[in-house]
Design a protein around this ligand. Structure first.
Ligand code: ATP
Length: 327
């Protein structure tokens, strides 16, 4: 099967700034693909390269196997949902959704029909006459999505689409976006700096830092087997210890150990509690083990020692993931 999007050695430099630097990437047809990374790591520039708003300074991009060079955005079979939604507040919802078709010269009746169909998809049927400026944040987000879906693109690019929503609505929209993507069988490329969002929604995640992809894999791969210290720190805030202290591997390796894999164990090694934070379902303990800081997440029903007290801890060596130090 032809991949939806491929990058071969793609760079986009702005003078001395290497926004995207020699990136290789294949996004499969029908995949929910997340680009995750801190601010300034090159995620948005990658999205703009796929959309055709930016041109690579080196390398090649293909969309469904066709070279994208010189193909303008509106001929790419790709549509973008922008972070700020970019709706026209004075226009009604239907006009907003149908705007792209109007620019292309599609007649009014056909525009209305297509807009209503797209609004039904995002469960806003009957909202066509409302002014965009009168909608809630969640409704605006749906309108922006309907506008991206109206001309039936095969790839939808979403740049932090849920960033403006409060936590509860955000979680609800995460589920809805995922359902819609599956139901329509489209390829979604989703940019976020929120690791929980990326891991919970995506089929595969690419972790970005400084214009380069650090790792690509399923959420599980990225979480369990980070291949660099950066990925281990950024995704799920692992403990990273010298391998000898973790009791696995060999000198010159790092051990990455998830906080939820550190357990209280009367037969374990003695650490000192330096912080204790109650989080409802779990208690987070900050620990000092032989001068090394460590975090543990302990189920709340267990008795947890207090700050200044000793805590005996252990972990299953099989849960430790090893990385080379130079990585
Ligand atoms: P954020 O999460 O903050 O949106 P990002 O990971 O999407 O960040 P980009 O917006 O792709 O990062 O930016 C990558 C780097 O390229 C940054 O250092 C940014 O300042 C720079 N950059 C992006 N666009 C331009 C431009 N048009 N001119 C100059 N530098 C740019």
């Amino acid at each position: 099967m032809t991949d939806a999007v491929t990058f071969q050695g793609v760079s986009r430099h702005f003078g001395p700034v290497k926004a995207v630097d020699a990136v290789d990437l294949s996004i499969r047809d029908g995949e929910f693909f997340a680009m995750l990374g801190p601010s300034g790591s090159g995620k948005t520039t990658c999205l703009r390269l796929i959309a055709g708003f930016e041109q690579p300074t080196a390398g090649h991009i293909a969309i469904f196997g066709e070279r994208a060079e010189g193909v303008p955005p509106y001929l790419r079979n790709v549509n973008t949902v922008f972070q700020n939604y970019a709706l026209f507040p004075h226009m009604n919802v239907r006009e907003n959704v149908a705007f792209g078709l109007r620019v292309k010269g599609v007649g009014k009746a056909e525009r209305h029909r297509a807009a209503e169909e797209a609004l039904e998809l995002v469960e806003l049927g009957g909202y066509g006459h409302r002014r965009a400026g009168e909608l809630s944040g969640g409704q605006r987000q749906r309108v922006a999505l309907a506008r991206a879906l109206i001309n039936k693109p095969r790839v939808v690019l979403l740049d932090e689409p849920l960033g403006a929503l409060d936590l509860k609505l955000r979680e609800q929209m995460q589920e809805e976006l995922r359902k819609l993507q599956r139901a329509l069988g489209l390829t979604f490329v989703f940019v976020t700096h929120d690791q929980d969002e990326a891991l919970s929604m995506a089929d595969r995640v690419a972790v970005f830092a400084e214009g380069k992809i650090q790792q690509i894999g399923t959420s599980e791969d990225i979480y369990r087997c980070p291949n660099t210290r950066f990925v281990a720190d950024f995704v799920g805030s692992s403990n990273v210890l010298p391998a000898d202290l973790a009791g696995v591997g060999r000198a010159g390796q790092w051990a990455s150990l998830r906080p939820e894999d550190v357990v209280l164990d009367p037969a374990g090694r003695e650490a000192t509690v330096t912080g204790r934070f109650f989080h409802g379902r779990v208690t987070k303990l900050s620990l000092d083990l032989a001068g090394q800081s460590l975090t543990a997440l302990i189920p709340a029903r267990e008795d947890t020692p207090d700050v200044g007290e000793a805590a005996r801890i252990s972990w299953d060596p099989a849960r430790v993931h090893l990385m080379e130090r130079e990585a």
